[in-house]
Write a protein that binds this ligand. Structure first.
Ligand SMILES: [Zn+2]
Ligand SMILES: [Zn+2]
Length: 297
């Protein structure tokens, strides 16, 4: 009996221009098996309610495609850690609305930038993020998990160490619905190195000891234009930035991450750009990985 092959779970962030279902079609056209989307405009607070037609079209498109799961990314405006009361409140409500949208669309994961402390202390900010996260989850009952994203640490942004992500999770009471998303560009910019076997192992051992590998539900696949430790967040094409291809090779041939959605957020003007990055990664897959994974082309 031959072992059933698992799918290579790999895709990219897709635009929802023209409707949510269009993101599925775009992803499919370049061979994605998972995609990330914004369920609304990411630079506006307001969102039009989803209609039954929007929801049905999206669900049907997904069912008829090879794409599963879809991961959502929340609005960049949300700051659960803001010392400004009105922004903190508005952010919590906005996160709840986004969770509700994911629930309606059957999207299991919503990626969130943990927050920014501005003038307040990191410690206080982390406590507030955890409290607001609990509030948002309570306002939007369901199954969708919030994935706290590891950040590069620009300005006063929280989440640039595994310890900070772990601390937020520790302080939430609804732990079942809180996970993590690792961004390769962000962790590298934040100072984590993972481009030799030894450093790669050390980083993931550290991740497992602080956050826990079980909490990892998505990985953003981006190269970094800036050097390790600069704490500057600039995504680059795979192989064109400061992270070596060896690092991506280690990641994509690591069976622990075969079943984790891996998503590109590399610079793009058209789908051809995503296709190019997907091809770069596929060339890194070893014969042994290809034995276990279904890889088209
Ligand atoms: Zn992000
Ligand atoms: Zn980034």
């Amino acid at each position: 009996m031959t072992k059933k092959k698992r799918r290579l779970l790999f895709g990219a962030h897709m635009s929802i221009a023209g409707g949510l279902d269009q993101a599925i079609f775009r992803g499919e056209s370049i061979g994605c098996t998972t995609i990330q989307i914004f369920t609304k405009s990411n630079r506006q607070w307001a969102a039009k309610k989803l209609t039954t037609v929007d929801i049905e079209n999206f669900k049907t498109a997904q069912k008829e495609s090879d794409i599963s799961p879809v991961v959502a990314h929340s609005s960049y405006l949300i700051n659960l850690g803001s010392p400004k009361k009105d922004i903190s409140k508005k952010s919590t409500k906005a996160l709840a609305i986004e969770l509700q949208r994911c629930e309606e669309l059957g999207i299991p994961y919503l990626v969130l930038h943990p927050g920014s402390c501005l003038a307040s202390s990191e410690e206080k900010c982390i406590e507030q993020i955890a409290q607001n996260l609990d509030k948002a989850l309570a306002l939007a009952p369901g199954k969708t998990m919030v994935l706290l994203e590891t950040m590069a640490g620009q300005g006063s942004i929280i989440g640039y160490t595994f310890e900070q992500i772990a601390e937020i999770i520790k302080l939430t009471s609804n732990k079942k619905r809180v996970g993590a998303c690792l961004d390769t560009c962000h962790v590298f910019a934040a100072g984590y190195e993972f481009d030799s076997k030894k450093k790669y192992k050390a980083m993931w051992d550290n991740f497992d000891a602080t956050i826990g590998l079980k909490k990892l539900k998505a990985i953003h696949i981006n190269d970094s234009e800036k050097a390790c430790g600069t704490r500057v967040d600039r995504h680059a094409d795979i192989g064109k930035g400061k992270i070596s291809l060896e690092a991506f090779k280690l990641l994509f041939n690591d069976p622990r991450f075969f079943d984790i959605p891996k998503l590109l957020e590399t610079p793009k003007e058209s789908l051809t750009d995503d296709q190019r990055n997907i091809n770069t990664i596929k060339k890194l897959l070893t014969p042994s990985t290809k034995k276990d994974l279904l890889v088209e082309k």
